[in-house]
Design a protein around this ligand. Structure first.
Ligand SMILES: NC(=O)c1ccc[n+]([C@@H]2O[C@H](COP(=O)([O-])OP(=O)(O)OC[C@H]3O[C@@H](n4cnc5c(N)ncnc54)[C@H](OP(=O)(O)O)[C@@H]3O)[C@@H](O)[C@H]2O)c1
Length: 279
């Protein structure tokens, strides 16, 4: 299953997420890539991610022959209010400077001169978009123009905010990354805006945000019929509706199983049924 951004940049079909890995970050990124993942998601946000440890893993992988160009790297700009007091930029600088400094720091952490995808971690306000959001998005557009961010996107966004951004931005986002709740039709409203604007939707916490659904008799029956795990069914379903799923497992066996999910022969009927399972 291949995905392509609206600016024709190819995306992977599955991504390994590095949140909350702490001092195990480098080891787990190596393990994920050695297990077959080729896309890594991180953020320049020390309270949840160790971006520099991702970079250390990339250096080790390069020594094993898995070089930068074989990998898809995605990182994020996190505003001061999401940083827990430690910012990878001068927090008293204007917002455009904060973005530039954060981005340069990400490049240094990751030992690269470009990222495949650069994401605004979230708007500054819950509803609508304010001046701060436009200023930051403008700076992110500048990074895209420079060629140092091949794709740009936004995370933790509502359908209303995404519609606004698409209507008024000079450069529309190419990706959206959201927590994906089955109870919201797997973030149906946001996915529909994505579909209308040819934006690739990345879903995170597909397992942890949907614990009840994992035990649903229909999902269990599909898993049993296919001789697969419930998590595999969820990830394959996500791909089946055009989503790019993230997994955050710390277990190598589960990394491999998650990757194998892509091969599961889920029927169109299974996909349709799972899409509305918690509504
Ligand atoms: N943009 C944002 O604001 C944001 C917020 C949150 C997350 N994210 C991104 O999304 C990534 C994934 O998020 P997540 O960790 O919540 O994802 P997740 O894949 O829903 O959850 C991972 C958890 O589920 C467990 N698990 C059990 N069976 C599993 C299986 N077969 N495959 C995978 N996990 C299994 C894992 O335990 P084991 O480790 O024991 O397997 C782990 O505790 C993060 O690392 C981050 O990159 C982004």
């Amino acid at each position: 299953m291949s995905l392509t951004a609206h600016n024709h940049v190819p995306l992977p079909s599955f991504m390994y997420g590095t949140a909350w890995k702490k001092e195990n970050t480098a080891r787990l990124v190596r393990l994920a890539v050695e297990s077959g993942f080729r896309a890594i998601d991180t953020a320049n946000q020390l309270i949840h991610y160790h971006e520099a440890h991702v970079g250390a893993a990339l250096q080790a992988l390069a020594r094993e022959g898995i070089t930068r160009d074989a990998l898809f790297l995605q990182t994020k700009f996190t505003s001061v209010n999401g940083q827990g007091g430690q910012t990878p930029y001068d927090a008293s600088a204007d917002l455009a400077t904060q973005v530039t400094q954060s981005f340069e720091s990400s490049l240094a952490h990751l030992h690269t001169d470009y990222v495949d995808s650069y994401v605004l971690h979230g708007p500054y306000q819950r509803r609508g978009l304010g001046n701060a959001d436009w200023e930051v998005w403008g700076a992110i557009e500048g990074l895209y123009d420079s060629g140092k961010a091949k794709i740009i996107g936004i995370s933790n966004v509502t359908a209303e905010q995404l519609t606004l951004l698409c209507a008024k931005a000079r450069q529309k986002p190419m990706v959206v990354q959201n927590r994906c709740y089955a109870a919201l039709g797997w973030d149906k409203e946001v996915r529909e805006v994505c579909k209308a604007h040819d934006i690739v939707y990345q879903g995170f916490s597909l397992l942890t945000a949907n614990v009840e659904v994992l035990g649903h008799p229909h999902i269990r029956a599909v898993a049993q019929r296919l001789g697969a795990g419930v998590a595999q069914v969820i990830f394959r379903f996500a791909m089946g509706i055009g989503m790019l799923p993230l997994t955050g497992t710390t277990n190598q066996q589960r990394m491999k199983e998650d990757l194998q999910a892509e091969q599961l022969p889920l029927s169109a009927e299974d996909i349709q049924r799972i899409e509305t399972i918690a509504l």
